[in-house]
Design a protein around this ligand. Structure first.
Ligand code: ATP
Length: 489
């Protein structure tokens, strides 16, 4: 058996000898990826007698029997032996030399892999010049794009981007600066649209990690069966259809920076256990891998849900809650800081005018009164939407109280036309129901999108749908949420 194998190796060597004229370095390994033979050209690199691998003249003999990586640290020969698949063409760089390398498995009569050979085309440096130039260009473009992507991943907003000078807002800004001075996990609690994401950015920007990445993940927006891969990454070939390249998860992408886990209350219990382990061990295990990767990441989690209630109901782990709640930040709802309405309204008016390419409209004192009379369940996001709707639906060079007649009719008519006959609560109810139905129709029954459009938390939308007796199945006859793709079998 061994004799037959040696014969096979000798035949391979002969073959390489026959094409000696055409090749530079050549290498032969056995099934344990140990070097059986390498040609001298691998050692001596003409014309300046430079060594291709930076080795001395007796290296050939010394290398035999050693693992291939001891000679070529990033060799892919082991991959060829282990998978039995050839790598017919590969562009590799030895220092400043670019070579075209072919790697093929070596098989016995039964087809079993007994080793592998590799060789590089002679003068591949010259032959490859045009390809190598293009390769180098593409490579530098890739590096450039990666830098740009890293810049996108940095924090977009600082504490200065948080508009508002009400006492609750000033307290929040002080807390954000404190949050920047510590490295512990933070938990942002507040109603939907109250600015949790903005605050997460601001804490990151105020911290030592400011030059590291800021990576966001909305837990509620990712189907449950994809969430683990999204968080922790995927090892090459982890499942059928998975790429042969490793796919980093958000934790790896956030290494050296901050990971913002939005809607943490929507995280399934099974993943909560894994998140807790990552927070304790500071390492992640990509899907389909048995190797752990060290990560240095600060977690800022956010939720609009009542986590203590969820803990009582067994839907959120108490130990994870305590781990995240080291630095809790409660965001004030807009209705508790109505002093900020004026400046926020003019900020959004300015932004919308720029987007719509129109002159900016000032908010009249009566219009401001309408804004003050509203409760803002959707908080700042709702205010931004309302201003945008005014620009879309009305003309004029100011934002007046009447402009809100269709958008906030439950408030505007009360202030502008106090003699309405119907009881207010009834009118409000009817209007709310029609708004929800319109939004659901526009979103083709997708509740998550509907909630976002209306500036509501999903649970809030569910409660309202049930109060107004709106059932998706009867209304639309379609599944409400987006289809959840299966991970490969
Ligand atoms: N203080 C603020 N100053 C300026 N813009 C703000 C402020 N607070 C919130 N916003 C804006 O309001 C919108 C909603 O804010 P953000 O997405 O941070 O809220 P959120 O609490 O994370 O919402 P959700 O819980 O729905 O994810 C964003 O466009 C944000 O820029």
């Amino acid at each position: 058996m061994l004799g037959a194998r040696n014969e096979q190796f000798a035949a391979a060597r002969d073959l390489l000898g026959m094409i000696d004229e055409m090749i530079d370095g050549a290498l032969l390994i056995d099934q344990d990826s140990r070097i059986v033979w390498l040609n001298e050209k691998h050692v001596w690199f003409s014309p300046k007698q430079m060594t291709l691998l930076g080795l001395g003249p007796d290296a050939c003999a010394k290398a035999v029997g050693k693992p291939v990586e001891s000679l070529i640290p990033h060799s892919r020969m082991r991959e060829v032996v282990e998978t039995g698949r050839s790598i017919p063409l590969d562009v590799i760089k030895y220092g400043e030399h670019t070579l075209l390398v072919s790697r093929l498995p070596l098989r016995d009569q039964t087809g079993a892999v007994i080793g592998a050979i590799s060789f590089s085309l002679k003068n591949s440096v010259t032959l490859l010049r045009p390809i190598a130039d293009r390769f180098n260009k593409l490579h530098s473009r890739l590096v450039h794009m990666e830098k740009k992507l890293a810049a996108v991943r940095t924090s977009k907003y600082t504490v200065e981007n948080l508009v508002g000078f009400s006492p609750p807002m000033l307290r929040l800004k002080r807390l954000i600066r404190k949050g920047g001075q510590i490295n512990s996990s933070a938990l942002l609690l507040g109603e939907t649209g109250s600015g949790k994401e903005l605050v997460a950015h601001a804490i990151h920007a105020a911290s030592d990690r400011v030059n590291g990445p800021f990576v966001g993940l909305n837990v509620a927006a990712i189907p449950e069966n994809l969430l683990e891969a999204e968080c922790f990454g995927v090892a090459p070939g982890a499942y059928t259809g998975a790429s042969h390249q490793p796919r980093p998860g958000k934790f790896q992408l956030a290494h050296g920076g901050t990971l913002f886990l939005d809607e943490i209350g929507d995280m399934p219990l099974s993943l909560q256990v894994k998140l807790l382990r990552v927070l304790q061990e500071r390492e992640v295990e990509p899907l389909g891998s048995n190797q752990v990767v060290k990560v240095d990441v600060r977690i800022i989690a956010a939720t609009s849900r009542a986590l203590p209630e969820m803990i009582k109901e067994g839907k959120f782990r108490a130990d994870l809650f305590y781990r995240l709640n080291v630095f809790p930040v409660q965001l004030p709802p807009l209705r508790d800081r109505k002093e900020d309405l004026e400046i926020l309204a003019s900020l959004f008016s300015e932004r919308t005018a720029a987007t719509f390419d129109q002159p900016m409209r000032n908010v009249t004192p009566q219009a401001l009164e309408v804004l003050h009379a509203h409760d803002w369940p959707g908080n700042v996001r709702e205010l931004a939407n309302v201003i945008e709707q005014v620009y879309a639906r009305t003309d004029g060079d100011q934002i007046t109280a009447d402009d809100f007649a269709e958008i906030l009719p439950q408030i505007a008519p009360r202030l502008t036309a106090p003699s309405r006959k119907r009881p207010l609560a009834e009118a409000v109810d009817e209007y709310e129901r029609s708004l929800i139905l319109t939004a659901l129709t526009e979103a083709k029954g997708n509740k998550l999108e509907t909630a976002r459009k209306l500036g509501l938390a999903r649970t809030n939308l569910y409660a309202k749908m049930s109060r107004h007796n709106i059932s998706l199945d009867t209304q639309y006859g379609v599944a409400a949420e987006a289809e959840q793709p299966e991970l490969g079998a």
